[in-house]
Design a protein around this ligand. Structure first.
Ligand SMILES: [Zn+2]
Length: 247
């Protein structure tokens, strides 16, 4: 079992990704989701939503974000704001967890990012266009996470304003086995599925950053030595969890 505790050093995460690229077959296929965020170049203040069909995308690597929305309303794409998102928006408008996942993706050299709040149309239950989009896109979730070059997991934040990085990492050794505890995302049932669907994950917990892939096997049920997987819906009592992605 190898779970790499990486402190917050993205250069090490990058080298682990490269090593995984060279030695393993953990990387997903190259199919793209319907919409992606085009992060542009590093340091650029504006990013935009793109529709992938018919677009010539040479580098088909994209990251996907797994996170808790929380009670606050995140920055979303709605039928009424789709055109605006396609035109672009500034980074300062975006909540911390989403913004930091954009920065991490850029730092890792990944130009595209999938975030449900922005890549699936959101809206009230009475919004037929948003509901239709949700029906269409939610059935593709296995492909979205399965084909992602990397899934970024904001495990240590209970809402989208919490960010990825939490103070000084308490876990600084590299390449060692580490014991995890319950993280805020452990109580989000959908995160369990997103975790299982992903070939590779970069997990930001309250104690550090960790790289997990299919080959560096993860003993999901060895609770005393493993990250607690986000709990499945069945494990959580009714009312104890909610998929807060939909209002
Ligand atoms: Zn691997």
């Amino acid at each position: 079992m190898l779970i790499f505790c990486l402190s917050w050093d993205l250069e090490i995460a990058k080298s682990k990704l490269n090593e995984c690229d060279e030695k393993h077959s953990c990387r997903g296929a190259q199919d793209l989701p319907t919409r992606l965020l085009d992060l542009g170049i590093a340091g650029a203040d504006r990013i935009k939503l793109v529709i992938t069909a018919g677009k010539d995308i040479e580098d088909r690597r994209y990251a996907a974000l797994s996170y808790c929305w929380g009670s606050s309303t995140p920055f979303t794409t709605q039928p009424s704001t789709l055109c605006k998102r396609l035109e672009g928006f500034v980074l300062s408008e975006v909540p911390a967890t989403l913004r930091e996942s954009i920065q991490v993706s850029r730092d890792l050299g990944i130009r595209y990012l999938w975030i449900d709040a922005l890549c699936i149309l959101q809206g009230s239950p009475g919004d037929a266009e948003a509901q239709e989009d949700w029906q269409r896109e939610s059935v593709c979730m296995n492909k979205v996470y399965g084909n992602a070059y990397l899934t970024i997991v904001a495990a240590g934040s209970s809402d989208c304003s919490g960010g990825l990085i939490h103070g000084r990492p308490t876990c600084t050794d590299r390449g060692e086995r580490v014991a995890f505890r319950d993280e805020p995302i452990s109580r989000r049932a959908w995160a369990h599925q997103e975790w299982l669907l992903s070939g590779r994950l970069l997990v930001f917990t309250t104690i550090g950053m960790h790289f997990v892939c299919d080959e560096w096997e993860f003993p999901a049920f060895h609770a005393s030595h493993a990250f607690r997987l986000p709990k499945s819906q069945a494990e959580l009592t009714k009312g104890d969890w909610s998929y807060s992605h939909r209002p």
